[in-house]
Design a protein around this ligand. Structure first.
Ligand SMILES: O=C(O)Cc1cc(O)ccc1O
Ligand SMILES: [Fe+2]
Length: 425
């Protein structure tokens, strides 16, 4: 059990040992108990105040004390780079990861499916799947390339980070900031889900415009863990993702040794059941941006580097309206996953734990069966129950990895076959 502090990107102060946190200054000459002060910057020092994100950490040893990193040879499917072949404009879909035959921890199970932009551009996102059955016992992972969003689909996660412990179950999400070391334990023994890397500007809550001051994801429902640390002088491997490759080095102690911290850059969790879904009460299906939980803006106003969007349980009441997602072509690129239930645009083939890709300008929308059912439906109020899908919409087209190209469903196009031709008068 962990305690959490409510609020999104709040300036928090937390100490696991009373007296560890300096008062009134960040870097005293001698921090309490011989701790080391370290600033962790998530934005440039000079970022405007409303964008500026950083925390001060008080730790048992400085992060700087470590040997050189060497290439890490595990996790063969994590960050292999994407295919160099010309990118086909095809729609792609994947089944959930197969059941495991060998013990594998979260890190070694990470399987990169889609990525766009080079992490060195400080733009773009990558979509990974994981399916693990072993705790990360004597090692930690640190992502220098991105903030990391966990979207579990099966099995709880106990994510131990430098800045506190986070427990999440499917239906909840968690974010660990860029550069924060973490260890993933599996309280249920197995876990499967999605991880989204965001290389770009930090995820934030979207502006609400005419919706007003409340709604969608409310800031108070984000929870940041209190300080927690382990005092463990045992060999600990540190695997780092840096510029798209994995690197490793050994420490003689656990680096999860931050005894106190303060600032507005920290991990958090959020229960998607708290998402206040807003939709039509008259007619027409609003653009799916109405379901944006988090956005990472690009430099072009309104054109997101990444939007994290959910399709939660909700009432459908639109009159004289085709209610599921309509047919469309989008200048933005859409990666979708399913946490549970059935997605209202896909009658079959899009399973929980699966993934789909509709890149820039790909014609997509309801499959034939969903189109037929929704076109003939009696339009009484109807509740979509139990379904939880999500989308990572990005202005940068996604490139699938070789593994993704080799494992996609064989005939996804067939879900849009044989639509009857319109009959003109
Ligand atoms: O299924 C999709 O492709 C995502 C989507 C959802 C929606 O409600 C409207 C449009 C849209 O693209
Ligand atoms: Fe779409």
């Amino acid at each position: 059990m962990t305690d959490y502090l409510p609020g999104f990107a709040n300036h928090v102060s937390t100490e696991a040992v009373p007296g560890a946190l300096p008062i009134g200054r960040n870097s005293p000459q001698k921090p309490a108990f011989g701790l080391y002060a370290e600033q962790l910057s998530g934005t440039a020092f000079t970022a405007p105040r409303h964008e500026n994100r950083r925390s001060w950490l008080y730790r048992m040893r400085p992060t700087a004390e470590h040997p050189p990193y060497a290439r890490y040879r595990g996790a063969a499917r994590f960050a292999p780079g994407t295919s160099d072949e010309p990118l086909a404009p095809n729609r792609l879909r994947w089944d959930p990861m197969p059941d495991l035959s060998e013990p594998v921890d979260w890190l070694d199970s990470m399987t990169t499916m889609l990525a766009n932009r080079d992490p060195a551009d400080l733009e773009g996102v990558a979509v990974h799947l994981y399916s693990a059955n072993k705790d990360m016992a004597d090692r930690v992972f640190v992502d220098a390339d991105a903030e990391l969003l966990f979207v579990p689909q099966h099995g709880r996660l106990d994510i131990r980070t430098e800045l506190g412990r986070i427990d999440i179950a499917p239906g909840q999400i968690a974010l660990v900031p860029r550069g924060v070391k973490l260890r993933v334990l599996l309280p249920d023994g197995t876990a499967r889900g999605y991880c989204i890397e965001n290389h770009g500007s930090l995820f934030r809550l979207p502006d609400l415009g005419p919706i007003g001051a409340n709604g969608l994801a409310n800031p108070r429902d984000f929870e940041t863990p209190v300080a927690w640390f382990e005092d463990r002088d045992e060999p600990t491997e540190v695997v780092q993702k840096f510029m798209g490759s994995l690197w490793t080095m050994m420490l003689d102690h656990s680096p999860l040794d931050v005894v106190a911290w303060h600032g507005n850059l920290g991990p958090w969790r959020y229960d998607l059941a708290r998402f206040n879904a807003v939709g039509t009460v008259s007619f027409d299906h609003p653009d799916p941006s109405i379901f944006t939980v988090l956005t990472s803006p690009s430099d072009v106003p309104g054109r997101a580097n990444a939007d994290f969007v959910v399709f939660p349980p909700r009432w459908m009441v639109a009159e004289d309206t085709f209610r599921p997602p309509w047919f469309h072509r989008n200048v933005m690129s859409e990666a979708m996953g399913l946490i549970g239930g059935a997605y209202d645009a896909k009658a079959e083939g899009f399973a929980p734990g699966g993934l789909s890709l509709h890149n820039l300008m790909a014609g997509h929308g309801p499959d034939h069966a969903s189109w037929l059912a929704a076109s003939e439906a009696d339009l009484k109020p109807h509740k979509i129950e139990g379904a939880l899908a999500f989308m990572v919409e990005s202005c940068w087209p996604y490139r699938p990895t070789e593994h993704a190209l080799a494992t996609s469903q064989l005939d996804y196009d067939a879900v849009w076959a044989d639509f009857p031709k319109a009959r003109l008068p």
